[in-house]
Write a protein that binds this ligand. Sequence first.
Ligand code: FHN
Length: 461
Amino acid sequence: MCALMIGSLAMQSPPPQPSAKQADLDRRMGWFRDARFGMFIHCGLYAIPGGQWQGKEVGGAGEWILQTARIPPAEYMPLITQFNPVEFNADEWVRIAKMAGQKYIVITSKHHEGFALWDSRVSTFDVMGTPFKRDILKELADACARGGIKLCFYHSIMDWTHCDYLPKREWDARKEEDADFDRYVGYMKEQLRELVSGKYGKIGILWFDGEWEPSWTHERGLELARYVRALDPDIIINNRVDKGRNGMAGLNGAGDWAGDYGTPEQEIPATGLAGTDWETCMTMNDTWGWKATDKNWKSAANMIQMLCDIASKGGNFLLNVGSQPDGRIPAESIERLAQIGAWMETNGEAIYGSSASPFANLPWGRCTQKQLPQGRTRLYLHVFEWPKSADGKSNTLIMPALTNEIVAVRLLGATSFASSATRSGDGWSISIPLTPSDPVCSVIAIDIVGRPLPTAAHSSK
Ligand code: FHN
């Protein structure tokens, strides 16, 4: 039996009262911190060439083909006549996200190509100008409402095809002096109003991107954030509305930057980031927009451990799918999402609503935590490297550096085995089965008295 010593609750002072600004942020971020895992969808005209142009393979991400192949907008925009994703089924997309355990969807309302995935009143370069003639975002909004998935929009500030966006691509024949960037910002704001107006339901996040060109300034970023906040005081705005992020690391440097959370891209911060909300976005292969030749798929095992790593540092994981020109999500994506979903079915409680590990590092894996009533805490031990039994008869996991009393131990997904914990040095020795309950990551839940008190050497603080 685990030690049933009645641990004295360490006298832990209550946390300080948050400021009004922090309280407002906490209110907005509540569902985001609970969700932890979302689906990114890159859907646009770029899936039609799918990485090929004029019979040649084009390097780089599929959605960057206008830039990478230096396609004049006048030659790119006629792709609209070929956009016809006849296999698109919004309920199927939502089913796949739910199957994976993803709680929100961020879809590209408009990527850098400037094509609007909804029926926009202020543009003819939109989905209603295609043979498909259906409002994809409206169908997805209705499916998300039916499925209980939070809908969010990725929206690019940079717009390679709009006549007023600056700077123009150097191979764009249109004259920069004919463009009016302020007029472009007014157009962008009008499209954002359409998206957040209620027609598409309550939008969870406006996921800005494409903020890096010189035409977009800190002042414009602050003003756009104020504009969006006025449209909806509850909507979350990422930090790419402004100029504060440090490239792909995605986290704001010092300064009064707009945006509610940081956006590391294709990478996971080395440690947790106390007091900062953040979300790593990542492709499953190497491209955001669909590319026929990109077969460099990550394994589901790798992405499950990434999800645990990210949650153990207090972040969210936004995992991408690039829809095919026919409107289907690639089979390779669905296959991986199904495997991730199976793991989440058993272990999701260790991810959803969890917060960062109190430990700097653990030799066998990661840790997340949740507060319990009566001042107790549940620690979830995500074991990647299952210990090997010394004698083939019994097995233990060493939980180092935990001064709190353990009052309960449970192996997620293992119905029969009764784990127990006994003191071991400055931590605990936990009895575990000879073999892991999951080959990728087995989770052990331990309930402790009080808030976790790791020894100084092992604290993440
Ligand atoms: O240029 C885009 C890219 O196409 C993709 O949308 C990613 C996703 O976060 N964001 C930009 C690259 O940082």
